[in-house]
Design a protein around this ligand. Sequence first.
Ligand SMILES: *Cc1c(COP(=O)(O)O)cnc(C)c1O
Length: 333
Amino acid sequence: MSELVLNRSAYIHNLTKICAKAGGKDRVILVLKDNAYGHGAALVGREAASYGIKFCAVKNEVEARELEPFFEHILILSHIPNGGESERFIYSVNDISLIAKFKKGARVHIAVDTLMHRNGVSVGEVRAACESALAHGLQICGAFTHFRSAEELSSDYFVQRRNFAAAKAVVREICGDGLVFHSHNSAATERFGELADEYVRVGIAAYGYAQFDDSLGLKRVASLWAHKVSGRVLKKGQCAGYGAKFCASEDMQIAVYDLGYGDGLLRYTGEGELKTAGGQRLLGKMSMDSFCCEDAGDRICVFDDARVWADFFGTISYDVLTKLSPSISRRFE
Ligand SMILES: *Cc1c(COP(=O)(O)O)cnc(C)c1O
């Protein structure tokens, strides 16, 4: 059976580096959305919690419930207010016009749009948003923003920091002290030092993928393994798989392994050279539940660096990782 194997010491190493940069375990909001970037939310969440992380962020309430046993604080980033908010979770206010739809008493963080123009209230609306949230009986516990290009050398980051500083001042004036502010994702955390009045909100760095300069010295956590379903000699001139895309120019030993695009791998079409971590070439079109490849024995490491697949398919490591099906078994070793 295919499996995703997680390296515990690499994961703890990354958490340690992130916490050191943030100024302590209490300063880290660990982003565990999308099944912990494909690594397995409950598995990774339990590990992070036993390491000492108390705060995580997720996409929605389904994800929040899965992680509820492990974390003291869970922020739901993409929440759509519905009047049924739980007192166990903290919800992002992503749109000023939806504040009245929250259940009274719900705990919220105000998302501030400082330039990205995705979610959040504009800096000019922060006062009105806070007043309206308080008038509606919401508990404002914090505020945050998201950088649109923290991994690029441009002035955007600095513009957004300045805008967020203005927003924080307004929130403090209205709500007082003791609030949780956060803005730095992985790239921004790598790039800049500890912030006196902020938490960091880090996702991909914990899995070992540097986004800026790898100043944290991160280690990749996951490797994806597949198992051999069958093997054969492909004779010179014979072609393997759908559409006869790959034809042998001489007799060769090939094997079929038990992972395909139905398991969330990006679909290799047989064009171009894509190799496993061990250097075996994938051969022909990938099937739904299997791929064909130069024979590497019973077990093959498909990748231990998602960037190899991301580069091949013209995408990013996040995309490769989050697509991995929850049905693939996962374990720490
Ligand atoms: C996904 C996400 C993050 C984490 O980003 P990384 O680049 O993985 O560190 C932080 N904040 C928000 C709002 C996000 O959606």
